[in-house]
Structures are given as structure tokens and as C-alpha cells.
Design a protein around this ligand. Structure first.
Ligand SMILES: C[S@@+](CC[C@H](N)C(=O)[O-])C[C@H]1O[C@@H](n2cnc3c(N)ncnc32)[C@H](O)[C@@H]1O
Length: 243
């Protein structure tokens, strides 16, 4: 990751770490995060040791360990890591990037990453590193904003938000990359993962007004299954082959 881009993301998340959770404190936020977390969780083993890349304030780590596993959180923002530590005092949290994971080979049964992959400058490095730290048969699961009709305008909205100095937890222009199904499948396959599966989730968006959110939530299962062109988060999983 180039120094400036890395620093901009890190400074941003350091500066909003104390208010990040407010984004998910109301019913729309809670429901949205619970929904994407359950999609991320689906291919993962229940139990075992998990690495969460871009763990933020530990929201997913908390959900994973509730099912009986142990987890380590990794994030480039020291302030987000402090909040995560506060939330899950028995888990381990480390400052670092997913592109150079500070763990030995074959250390985890599972690696997950929620809403962080679009920030990563070198996605191939993150996937190769995830494969390296997974035990044979281990699972990588990623959920991130995908390249879709509804997300095409986001970079422009973030640029305007940044110019107008709008204070919003994600409204900053970081040159994020959104992926489609073919790109994600190639990235996973080229890194050496097998059993690669791709699905789409999320139609109800946290920033919608209540009546629209409630309607979108109702039709979300139908959209995800039958009209995935309208769902905006892409969920991808793959297995490290057993030797
Ligand atoms: C939108 S937040 C998501 C946090 C958390 N996963 C959640 O679901 O609430 C994105 C997080 O990814 C982290 N991040 C961005 N690039 C990263 C990288 N290359 N390696 C590790 N963490 C990264 C940011 O610091 C931030 O905490």
C-alpha cells in the first residue's frame, strides 16, 4: 500500500474510532451489520481460530467468539484496535496490514474480512498472505462492497462529501476498488484457493430513510436470490487445499 493512501485511511479511522460504533447503534445499522456478518459467517467453521483482517472496533470478532471460537483482529488503525480491545478483552488485536500478515504459516482455521477489502491496495498480496496463514482445509471469507449499478456513483459521492468536509464515518475518497464476480473469482483462484463461491447480499442500506429501509429489508431476500444485480455487497469464500 503506498504511504499516502495507507496514511489517509489510517488517519481517517484513527480520527473516527470513538464514533464508529454510533453508525451501527440505531436499528437500521444494527440490522445491516448483523445481516452482512451472518453472510460472512456462513462458510466459516463454528469454533477454531479466526483472523479478522480490517477488524475495526471488533464487531465481527465479538460475533465469532460468541459461537465458541477464538479470534485475532488485525487493523491498520491503532485507535480502532483500542476500541476492539475494549469490546473483546479476551481476544488478541494487532496493528498491521492484511497485505503482510504478522503470523506464521498454518496458524488459523479461518480468515475473514468485512467491509475492508475495497481499501486494500494490493489484493493479491492479501489473498496470498491469507492462504499462507490458513491451515490446510481452512476457509477465507470476504464481504465487501461490489461493483454494481448502485455502487458506481459512490466514489463521486465520497469525493463531494470530502470536498464539503461532511463528517461521516465512511464518506471519504480513498480510491477504493469495487469488484465484480469474475474479478473476485480470478483473484481467489490465482492465489491458490479451491471451492470458490460467490454470492451477493444487501439491498436495504443503512443511510435510507426508515420507510424505504423497511421496504428494502422486506424484499431483500428476494433481491439477493433473484435480482442480484441490485444487491451491493459481494461475499466470496474459498478453501486452502489440503496437501
Ligand atoms: C469500514 S471499516 C470495517 C470495520 C469492521 N470490519 C466492521 O465490520 O465494522 C474498514 C476497516 O478496515 C481497516 N483497513 C483498511 N485497510 C486495511 C488494510 N490494508 N489492512 C488492515 N485493515 C485495513 C480500516 O482501518 C477500518 O478499520
Amino acid at each position: 500500500m503506498s504511504a499516502t493512501r495507507h496514511d489517509k485511511i489510517q488517519h481517517h479511522y484513527d480520527s473516527i474510532a470513538d464514533v464508529y460504533d454510533h453508525h451501527y447503534d440505531h436499528h437500521r445499522g444494527r440490522r445491516y451489520h448483523t445481516h452482512i456478518s451472518s453472510q460472512l459467517m456462513r462458510p466459516l467453521p463454528r469454533g477454531g481460530r479466526l483472523l479478522d483482517i480490517g477488524c475495526g472496533t471488533g464487531l465481527f470478532v465479538e460475533k465469532f467468539i460468541r459461537n465458541g471460537g477464538t479470534a485475532v483482529g488485525l487493523d491498520i488503525s491503532g485507535k480502532m484496535i483500542s476500541r476492539a480491545h475494549h469490546r473483546c478483552p479476551t481476544s488478541e488485536f494487532i496493528v498491521g496490514t492484511g497485505e503482510k500478515i504478522p503470523f506464521c504459516d498454518n496458524s488459523f482455521e479461518a480468515v475473514a474480512s468485512l467491509l475492508a477489502f475495497s481499501y486494500v491496495k494490493d489484493p493479491q498480496a492479501m489473498l496470498s498472505e491469507s492462504l499462507r496463514v490458513l491451515k490446510p482445509g481452512g476457509i477465507l471469507s470476504i464481504c465487501t462492497l461490489g461493483k454494481k449499478l448502485l455502487t458506481r456513483g459512490i466514489p463521486a459521492i465520497y469525493q463531494i462529501g470530502e470536498m464539503m468536509k461532511i463528517k461521516h464515518v465512511v464518506m471519504k475518497n480513498f480510491g477504493e476498488h469495487y469488484y465484480d464476480k469474475d474479478e473476485m473469482t480470478s483473484l481467489f483462484t490465482e492465489a491458490g484457493f479451491s471451492d470458490v463461491e460467490v454470492s451477493w447480499c444487501s439491498f436495504a442500506h443503512i443511510d435510507m430513510i426508515d420507510p424505504l429501509f423497511n421496504f428494502a429489508q422486506k424484499v431483500e431476500p428476494f433481491v439477493e436470490k433473484r435480482v442480484p444485480q441490485l444487491a451491493y455487497n459481494i461475499c466470496v469464500s474459498g478453501r486452502k487445499p489440503r496437501e
